[in-house]
Design a binder for this molecule. Structure first.
Ligand SMILES: [Zn+2]
Length: 255
């Protein structure tokens, strides 16, 4: 099975070079390293520049959106011009953790959402306990033509459908392999395979059977296999569909 991981944080893993070296033997076609703040976005781009099969997104996570200024958005804007940058992200709203105020998160999200439009790039959305507000913000600002993915989707089918109706993709992570995750299984059942992207969010959210250990992009295999089981599709066939989905959304992927 050819694997991809459309959302990982290799820079948060100590032995990342060992993991990257093992991509080839594990059939990892490409991965997207996602930025969480300015410094980490620079590192994401550096990692992507050094490895043919690594692309990146640059952006500031809602939890890192404290005391931002125009200068920060200008920096993201400059980084976004690089051809290995395939998206702006991860950006969004996170009411689960209150490291930042709602106002700080809004300011950060709106600025970067519009910056994605300016650069004709899709967005990688991080939304936690804030789906209605994020959805309304997107409607208010006007849906970007290049769309994006709702990363690590964790709400219900009704909410998923609202984003799908706008054209957004749904990112599915390790929690789909967890026991009794009926809500997410229903989302996967109802979402067309052409709108699903497999992602690990490594080093977090490790899927079964490695739950409790550190996650890495190779484990998308377990996520794809689980989705295939739910959709009653051959996993090899499904992983090829997912590769096409990723290339369609993240147009700068050239592999
Ligand atoms: Zn992430």
């Amino acid at each position: 099975m050819r694997l991809i991981d459309t959302h990982c944080h290799l820079n948060l893993i100590e032995n990342k070079e060992d993991i990257i070296k093992s991509f080839e033997e594990n059939n990892v076609n490409f991965v997207i390293e996602v930025g969480i703040d300015i410094e980490n976005s620079f590192k994401s781009l550096e990692l992507a520049d050094n490895h043919k099969n690594i692309y990146c997104a640059v952006g500031i996570h809602p939890n890192e959106s404290k005391k931002l200024s125009n200068k920060d958005f200008d920096t993201i804007n400059i980084l976004a011009k690089n051809e290995k940058v395939v998206a702006i992200g991860e950006i969004g709203l996170d009411y689960y953790r209150e490291y930042t105020t709602k106002n700080e998160q809004y300011y950060s999200f709106v600025n970067q959402f519009n910056l994605a439009k300016e650069n004709k790039l899709p967005v990688i959305l991080h939304i936690r306990d804030a789906y209605d507000d994020a959805f309304n913000l997107i409607l208010n600002e006007g849906v970007n033509e290049d769309l994006g993915v709702v990363h690590c989707f964790s709400s219900d089918w009704k909410t998923a459908k609202k984003f799908l109706d706008l054209g957004f993709y749904i990112g599915i992570d390790g929690p789909i392999t967890f026991k009794n995750n009926y809500k997410l299984v229903e989302v996967v059942k109802n979402t067309p395979v052409e709108y699903i992207l497999p992602e690990t969010d490594s080093p977090f959210l490790t899927p079964v059977p490695f739950r409790g250990k550190k996650n890495n992009p190779i484990y998308t295999k377990y996520i794809i296999t689980k989705i295939a089981e739910i959709k009653n599709i051959n996993p090899e066939e499904l992983s090829e569909i997912f590769i096409e989905n990723a290339k369609k959304l993240f147009r700068r992927i050239k592999i």
